[in-house]
Design a protein around this ligand. Structure first.
Ligand SMILES: [Zn+2]
Length: 81
């Protein structure tokens, strides 16, 4: 016989596992981006990335707006400063 409690625990664990996997994938992608050349266009929205930003951020892949959203997704809080 199955109990309702077991099902709930499995669902919660599954959600946590997929969330962890998503964060791990993002972290790996961000680490990898450090070795990639800076892009002239945002890989998310296609917006042109300013030359100054490309020089300031090595291997930049996202425009400022998308980078902020990415930070928020990974860290769960808005970036300060
Ligand atoms: Zn963008």
């Amino acid at each position: 016989m199955h109990s309702g409690a077991d099902n709930t625990d499995s669902a919660t664990e599954y959600t946590q596992l997929t969330a962890d996997a998503a964060i791990a994938r993002l972290s790996a992608a961000l680490r990898k981006s450090e070795t990639r050349p800076s892009m002239t266009e945002c890989q998310c929205c296609g917006e042109t990335i300013a030359q100054a930003r490309r020089e300031a951020v090595r291997g930049v892949q996202l425009c400022v707006s998308c980078a902020e959203l990415e930070w928020l997704r990974v860290n769960g809080v808005p970036r300060r400063g």
